[in-house]
Unconditional design. Sequence first.
Length: 161
Amino acid sequence: MRKVMTRPRRRPPTGRPSTSRPPTRTDSRGPTPSGRPANPGRTPVPAAPPTIPAQPPPHPTEVFAERLVLVLSGQRPLYWVARHIANTAFDDLARLAELRPLGTDGAHRPTIHRIGHYQPHPETYEVFARIATGPRLRALAFRLHRGADRRWRCTAVETDN
């Protein structure tokens, strides 16, 4: 049995970079071959900008959990995920989207607290997630299946009632 629990990843900061100047350093290499100092007036040399480590792409379970939460909370329309949902799961999702089980009073947006999955087959994930809607925790479960076209599709969706 292969059961995995994951935490939602911290997203890299988005938006504009800070307007503060990068840290500077002085050049202390000594004189150049011509005998003149390398940096006669001690003019600061800007330091190299920090590099942001590359993050691996998000796991399909994380992507689908975010998409389903947005649809089930009423933040996105049902057709936004229609091409990623299989036949009978689309009917279930349409029924659930009408009820807006993850909708709140507008003061709080639903957030994913924990995502886990079980892989019964290499091409299939059974996913369970805890969703916070204000002070309340809700459950979301769905199944992902990789089709012949190598794309992931949701084949079942369920929430706690």
